[in-house]
Design a binder for this molecule. Structure first.
Ligand SMILES: Cc1cc2nc3c(=O)[nH]c(=O)nc-3n(C[C@H](O)[C@H](O)[C@H](O)COP(=O)(O)OP(=O)(O)OC[C@H]3O[C@@H](n4cnc5c(N)ncnc54)[C@H](O)[C@@H]3O)c2cc1C
Length: 468
């Protein structure tokens, strides 16, 4: 069976739309202050490794919890250059990668997880306001759209469960006009949009203001126990620290045994040039909601403050060998597929051109939402595995890491989600074979009215099933 996205698109249209696009994240195309590398030995109470959202929230909240503590954050490259500067900027309340994923794993604590997730989103909005962070924050809500008939009852069911308001085809097209939309689900409270790179840069500024020392171009090569604490080695100097948080996401964990839990999956994104008022009027979209369609292979899209459409998703590509490798970001066929799907979704925008194309690696574990751990007798805490939903969840994860280092029992650390680990991925070549078979099956399900084959049903039963 074909889906709406299998319809042919004139190749010339796709070529023209992409012709002027530059490679690199549109979000990172802004002035970025720099922080000096570490060149002399340092001592601190808390060392945070990683300058994406997780590390930045950890350092900021640690400074607020313990005024006067000596906190150092080191970043291997630039602040926010990795996933935190390349994502879609959807800040979702969910800390479990969606309701179904959480419900299938921790039905008994789903109420608490959803309440904590919403409190985290509200808390993030409050932090941004209190600290005066200029990050283009807009609490727009999220519009899920059905583009195939079998998806319509899914949205109706979700509405019946209280996950949002069901919109029929006319209602959803009155919000955003696309001939592909058959129905919608609008959830007003559970999603904001943000400028991803500004969020990272502004958090770094807030960290500095709170007294955190920040170093860029300072990769930690090794971490080991030393008399009364920990010693981190960087090219310029060593850092002695009482406690360490590892916020290194998809990059190789400094705790070796943690490496088997995640694999990098590449996600690809396009951004248009700013739409003119006339172009925007052609598709409505006055209320600026974040939008996502609801197949297994889904697209996510939103407006930027200057009215570009940021359009990503669909292909999620795993490469044999679990490496993070910049060459994987160049994938012409994926950018062309994304552009073709854009044209199918918004035929009224056939004169719109893409200005940027980029990709990033997503840190995926077998349960599709964060897992935590400690090492070195509780002096080191780490978190990994946000999969595709880490912009909001990173702030929650940072608070959990600080609770774990404090040895505190909190509502957060009592969660099974925090105490339990996912199953690790098997070594290659089994990992690659399993992931590719799963991807193929998900694509088949999308082409078969959502029906899941034996492999997917087995994975579902084992708690390894992915359902977007
Ligand atoms: C294309 C794309 C789209 C996405 N869209 C969304 C979305 O719309 N909504 C959403 O919620 N999530 C989304 N995500 C996921 C989200 O971006 C991430 O989950 C989130 O940014 C993770 O933040 P982080 O700080 O943990 O990781 P990162 O931003 O990856 O930061 C980790 C940092 O650690 C540094 N580091 C690693 N190792 C070392 C070391 N040894 N020494 C020093 N520094 C080190 C790295 O250089 C890096 O800067 C998307 C991801 C991608 C790639």
């Amino acid at each position: 069976m074909k889906t709406i996205f299998d319809r042919p698109v004139e190749p010339g249209l796709v070529r023209r739309a992409l012709a002027g696009s530059r490679f690199g994240s549109m979000w990172l195309d802004i002035p970025r202050p720099s922080y000096p590398p570490l060149t002399a030995p340092a001592n601190c109470d808390l060392l945070v490794v990683g300058g994406g959202y997780t590390g930045l929230w950890t350092a900021l909240h640690a400074a607020e919890r313990n005024p006067g503590a000596r906190i150092t954050l080191v970043e291997a490259d630039r602040i926010g250059w990795a996933a935190s500067g390349r994502n879609g900027g959807f800040v979702e309340a969910s800390i479990t990668h969606g309701h179904e994923n959480g419900e299938s794993r921790w039905p008994d604590e789903m109420g608490t997880l959803e309440a904590l997730g919403l409190a985290n989103l509200d808390g993030m909005e409050a932090d941004i306001e209190r600290l005066g962070l200029a990050v283009d924050w807009e609490r727009t809500g999220m519009l899920s759209v059905a583009t195939e008939p079998h998806q319509v009852p899914w949205l109706r069911e979700a509405a019946d469960e209280g996950q949002g308001r069901f919109l029929d085809a006319d209602e959803v097209r009155a919000e955003v006009t696309s001939p592909t939309y058959l129905a919608g689900l609008f959830s007003a409270r559970t999603c904001a949009i943000v400028h991803p790179a500004k969020l990272a840069l502004e958090l770094a500024r807030a960290c500095r203001q709170a007294g955190v020392t920040v170093h860029e171009h300072t990769p930690v090569g090794a971490l080991r126990g030393a008399a009364g604490g920990l010693l981190a080695t960087t090219p310029g100097a060593t850092v002695s620290a009482d406690r360490v948080v590892l916020a290194t996401n998809v990059f190789p964990s400094l705790v070796r045994r943690n490496r088997l839990y995640t694999v990098p999956v590449y996600d690809y994104v396009l951004s248009t040039e700013p739409l003119t008022d006339d172009q925007l009027a052609r598709i409505g979209w006055r209320n600026r909601q974040g939008v996502g369609d609801c197949a297994n292979q889904f697209h996510y899209y939103r407006l930027s403050a200057d009215n570009r459409i940021v359009w990503g998703g669909y292909d999620a590509v795993y490469h044999f060998g679990r490496r993070v490798d910049p060459s994987y970001e160049h994938r012409a066929q994926t950018y062309e597929r994304l552009a073709a799907h854009f044209v199918l979704t918004f035929p009224a925008l056939d004169d719109v051109r893409f200005s940027h194309r980029w990709a990033g690696a997503i840190d995926t574990n077998t349960r599709f939402c964060a897992h935590w751990g400690t090492a070195h007798r509780g002096r080191v805490a780490y978190v990994n595995g946000f999969t595709g939903l880490g912009v909001g969840a990173a702030r929650f994860a940072a608070d959990v890491c600080l609770d774990l280092l404090d040895g505190a029992t909190t509502e957060r650390t009592r969660l099974r989600m925090v105490r339990e680990k996912p199953l690790p991925f098997p070594p290659e070549p089994v990992a690659s074979m399993g992931i590719q078979a799963t991807r193929w099956s998900l694509d088949r399900a999308d082409h078969n009215a959502g029906r899941r084959n034996l492999l997917l049903r087995t994975l579902d039963r084992m708690g390894l099933g992915f359902d977007s």
